[in-house]
Design a protein around this ligand. Structure first.
Ligand SMILES: Cc1cc2nc3c(=O)[nH]c(=O)nc-3n(C[C@H](O)[C@H](O)[C@H](O)COP(=O)(O)O)c2cc1C
Length: 228
């Protein structure tokens, strides 16, 4: 029994299957099968809120860059990028770096990297794991989606737009994503990163991202160091 408890502590995703077919319960180590959501969140370093170029210079430098190096972003840069995009900038009231209609905060930033797919948990400033699979090649046929070290997919949870009329929800979600997109553009300009916002083929992606019915894919944005 002690050994069993040690095993369960070591593999938190382990499941005991009581079964009439086995003389003793079968310990099933499910970590590699599913349940990526059960994995511990990936903590991100606190954002460096005093770094970067002055705003006017970042605006001067903002541009779309489609040729991106495959070099990975550090956790610090990724954390800063996500915080700039839609992080919590007023912990006292939970408001964010981008506005949202009626403060619905319905936009989730999915982060696709070589080591898996994650969702940015803004209040915790960390990544929750969706899957360990590299899905970048399935997001778009456009080359930068496969090559960029980070591809953000903007997903709106329409169920969070509780105060909006049903026919206006997608409209508000699109506007709210646009605000985040520009924050990411400005952060990239400020840090000499390249970025391109792009449209995508939504229906196949719903399954790839493991979305629920109320979640609507709005746009995507690739980020990486410019090749030139
Ligand atoms: C809603 C939206 C969708 C876009 N979709 C794509 C796309 O699918 N592929 C692409 O290469 N660029 C895409 N872009 C980037 C634009 O082509 C780019 O912003 C435009 O050419 C102006 O260039 P600039 O951003 O350097 O000013 C998109 C931009 C927006 C706002």
């Amino acid at each position: 029994m002690t050994k069993l408890l040690t095993l369960l502590r070591t593999f938190p995703n382990a499941r005991i299957i009581p079964s009439a077919f086995y003389p003793v319960g079968l310990l099933w180590l499910s970590a590699s099968v599913t349940l990526a959501g059960d994995l511990a969140p990936v903590a991100l370093p606190a954002p460096r809120v005093t770094s970067g170029k002055p705003l006017m210079q970042a605006l001067q430098d903002r541009q779309t860059t489609r040729e991106l190096d495959r070099r990975a972003l550090t956790d610090q840069v990724l954390g800063d990028l996500l915080w700039a995009g839609f992080g919590v900038n007023r912990p006292g009231n939970g408001h964010r770096t981008a506005p949202s209609a009626m403060n619905s905060q319905e936009v989730d930033l999915y982060v696709a990297r070589a080591d898996g797919l994650f969702v940015y948990d803004a209040p915790g400033h960390r990544l929750s794991t969706v899957t360990g699979e590299d899905v970048r090649g399935r997001i778009s046929g456009q080359a930068f989606a496969k090559e960029a070290p980070v591809v953000l997919v903007y997903v709106a949870n329409l169920a969070k737009l509780t105060k909006a009329k049903p026919e206006r929800k997608s409209f508000y979600a699109a506007i709210d994503v646009g605000c985040v997109v520009q924050n990411i553009y400005l952060y990239c300009a400020s840090e000499n990163l390249g970025t391109v916002v792009f449209d995508l083929d939504r229906p196949p992606l719903t399954e790839v991202l493991r979305l629920k019915p109320d979640q609507e894919i709005i746009l995507a944005q690739a980020v990486g160091y410019p090749l030139k």
